[in-house]
Design a protein around this ligand. Structure first.
Ligand code: FAD
Length: 503
């Protein structure tokens, strides 16, 4: 065994990030000889308590943990998610869906959307949505699992995620982590001891006087960044100029009607409202810019736009868009809200926790803490945030809305350089380039560009391999296959009932 191996891991915080870290690290490294993992959390301080919608990568995380899907759905009161429906974002009355999975069927190596663009030039006005199984099925309340073994079917190109009760998910992860040997300590951290020579955190002290020592500290303390900012002063890159929303008001309401496997985002005067259907309730919230809207107005708008009776008092949250300049400093690694925050418009925060855990496991340090590796970790962290920021800004930038000062600001804001480049390339030739390992695929960029009304100036010349008549016939055939496949899928409510969920 290496003499410089990390022996004591301390996770600070027991929100979604803390318990994901505890479950993930203990699952992969739990059997390492001499390794102990301790999680400290304070019920008195509590968790942020929101964060219910995810993206498809969560399926991989749950699989890595060995979770049975039906059990997971029952325990977290989860529903399936096939995409996000954007309402009123381009202009009031407009809607589109950003689906998981891709559009159309295999077109001999050329991206499907070039044939769709050609079809439009030929006068076929069918929206892109009609070529996505996720969208057609999702809007009908239907769900099916991807079938990569059926390459000719739109099911082969499907992706899916979950919408769940974050508190119940944390509870489930805690059970797994504790079964893997993670020790939980309840208590409020009131002090931090540093090593005089290295500057590393040596221990945290609790209000009870107890001292928890560690070699590696994973800071999951939420927005406050207890260790990463409070002690290590990592610095915060403030992006509120790009993303001016800085508050949210959240309230759950009673479930009414069938559960569509879709998150909904509706643009409002100074931001947008989320709607996340779970088994037992609907999660709702209004994300808004305090410069343009008061808390009272936000709460009134939210309460006036619920699909059922409110089940709690509205809860207000404050945040600033941006990220820690360094997510890893010395022997402290920040995950979750301690590492940064981007509004939940594309449900990316839990994914950022997951990808940081994967990266930490890849770069798992020794007590020597190689600075070159830490620098790489930090560079990747910044890239993740920047890529997602650009994608989020696209939603605000590409709009016709000019009905409020908020939308005027967003619409006329010069886009970040990466986004400006993507918009220009798409506007010229209908092409989308996915940078390095950015989270959002060509399909996602396409969906939101087209959905938000960005026009492509041309299509791939190879789309002319099919004659005009063949192009229109092929497009019609794909639409039919998508519609027929969707119709054969079960209703999500029936699937949940089959799992033994109480609806
Ligand atoms: P927290 O939940 O704040 O947990 C912090 C933990 O640290 C708590 O256990 C607390 O007790 C502990 N702690 C803090 N200080 C101390 C101390 N001194 N001593 C001991 N313990 C301490 N993400 C998504 O992926 N999808 C969404 O739909 C989504 N929606 C969101 C909506 C809003 C309005 C907001 C604000 C966030 C949303 N998120 C969403 C983000 C998501 O909620 C978080 O990424 C996720 O919950 C992780 O939070 P966390 O664990 O980092 O922090």
């Amino acid at each position: 065994m290496r003499q410089d191996a990390i022996r004591r891991v301390v996770i600070v915080g027991g929100g979604t990030a803390g318990w994901m870290a505890a479950a993930g690290v203990s699952r992969i490294l739990g059997d390492m000889p001499g390794l102990s993992i301790e999680l400290v959390e304070s019920e008195e301080i509590g968790t942020v308590g929101v964060g219910e919608a995810t993206i498809p990568q969560i399926v991989l995380f749950n699989t890595m943990l060995g979770l049975d899907e039906a059990m997971f759905m029952r325990e977290t009161r989860a529903t399936y998610k096939l995409g996000i429906e954007f309402v009123d974002w381009v202009r009031p009355g407009h809607r589109y869906v950003h689906p998981f999975g891709s559009y159309g069927l295999d077109m001999k190596g050329i991206e499907f959307h070039h044939f769709w663009l050609k079809g439009r030039e030929l006068g076929d006005t069918t929206p892109l949505d009609a070529y996505s199984l996720a969208i057609v099925a999702g809007l009908q309340g239907r769900f099916g699992h991807p079938r990569p073994d059926q390459p000719g079917s739109p099911l082969s190109k499907l992706g899916y995620a979950f919408q769940f009760d974050a508190g119940l998910y944390a509870r489930l992860l805690r059970r797994l982590a504790e079964a893997n040997g993670v020790r939980r300590t309840e208590g409020r951290i009131v002090g931090v001891d540093r090593d005089g020579e290295s500057g590393h955190v040596a221990a945290v002290t609790l209000a009870s006087g107890a001292r928890v020592e560690g070699d590696l500290f994973i800071d999951c303390s939420g927005f406050r960044g207890l260790l990463i900012e409070g002690e290590m002063q990592a610095g915060f890159e403030d992006w509120r100029d790009w993303l001016p929303c800085d508050r949210a008001v959240a309230v759950p309401c009673a479930n009414g009607g069938e559960r569509q496997p879709l998150t909904r985002s509706t643009a409002r005067a100074a931001g947008w409202q989320w709607r996340i259907p779970l088994q037992h309730r609907i999660g709702n919230g209004y994300v808004y810019a305090s410069e343009h809207l008061s808390d009272d107005e936000a709460a009134a708008t939210l309460l006036a736009n619920l699909d059922g009776a409110p089940l709690a008092e509205p809860r207000f949250l404050r945040f600033t868009a941006g990220h820690r300049r360094r997510a890893w400093v010395g022997n402290v690694v920040a995950l979750g809200l301690a590492g940064g925050f981007l509004e939940p418009l594309e449900s990316t925060s839990i994914h950022l926790v997951q990808s940081a855990i994967a990266r930490l496991l890849t770069y798992w340090p020794t007590r020597a803490f190689d600075q070159r590796e830490i620098d790489r970790f930090n560079a990747a962290h910044v890239e993740d945030y920047r890529d997602i920021r650009d994608f989020l800004v696209l939603h605000y930038k590409a709009t016709e809305r000019d009905d409020t000062a908020f939308w005027d600001y967003c619409r006329t804001l010069p886009p970040p350089p990466g986004l400006a480049d993507k918009l220009a390339i798409f506007a010229a030739n209908g092409r989308i380039f996915r940078e390095h390992e950015e989270l959002f695929t060509e399909t996602s960029w396409l969906s939101v560009m087209v959905g938000q009304g960005v026009r492509a100036g041309g299509y791939h010349p190879a789309a002319d391999l099919l004659s005009d008549a063949e192009t229109l016939a092929r497009l019609g055939h794909i639409r039919t296959v998508v519609a027929e496949t969707a119709h054969l899928l079960a209703r999500q409510d029936d699937i949940l009932a089959h799992y033994g969920c109480t609806l």
